[in-house]
Design a protein around this ligand. Sequence first.
Ligand SMILES: C[S@@+](CC[C@H](N)C(=O)[O-])C[C@H]1O[C@@H](n2cnc3c(N)ncnc32)[C@H](O)[C@@H]1O
Length: 214
Amino acid sequence: MSDDLNSAAYWDAAYDEDRDGWDMGTPTPVFVDILTRCGMDFSAFGDRDYASLGRPPRVLIPCSGRGYDALYFATRGWDVTAVDFAEHPLRWLREESEQAGVEIEILQEDMFTLGRTHHESFDLLVEYTCICAIDPDRRVEFVRFCREVLRPGGTVLALLFPVDGRPGGPPFSIDVEDFKAQMAPQFTLLHESTPETSVKPRLGRERLLLWRKQ
Ligand SMILES: C[S@@+](CC[C@H](N)C(=O)[O-])C[C@H]1O[C@@H](n2cnc3c(N)ncnc32)[C@H](O)[C@@H]1O
């Protein structure tokens, strides 16, 4: 087994060996709550009404894993791209989306390559259990990746987890203030809150943030 968490082999081994305790088997309740309450109108967060674009808004879900959120956004009318470099979860997502008759662009790639192939392509990027899965030294690279793939004015919707200062990882704890400082030169913070709709074991250990690309 690879011990390099920057490799697909590391994550595929975790899925193959059922060491995928992060996988909730359902869409993220915080996102379900937002889409149920707001639909595509994110003006409550100081963002835009995506329904007024005149086309399905384009959302990128990096580190999608099995892609329950990708399926959920797609069924709510969003034009979804899911990216993960592991083969195992994407096989599941391909089968599931086919069975459900839901169209999703599924990319088995290192997300950091999308800055070249999908430059300024997306209206929204949805981050969940992605930052905590990458080497903390790569967070600056993650911010650059967000800037590269989002169109000007595009939004990052991040549900940062875990934010409890736990040692080691993955999942690596995210210092919210440090991460905000990393985003600040490129992105304007629109919203920040601690959601009440987190799954029970993560309640109080998640932070919801929205940024707009400057
Ligand atoms: C902790 S899992 C979370 C998966 C999913 N977000 C969920 O909540 O079920 C992290 C995922 O990130 C993927 N991943 C890690 N680094 C990646 C990279 N550089 N490019 C693409 N996928 C990556 C792994 O393959 C794994 O599926």
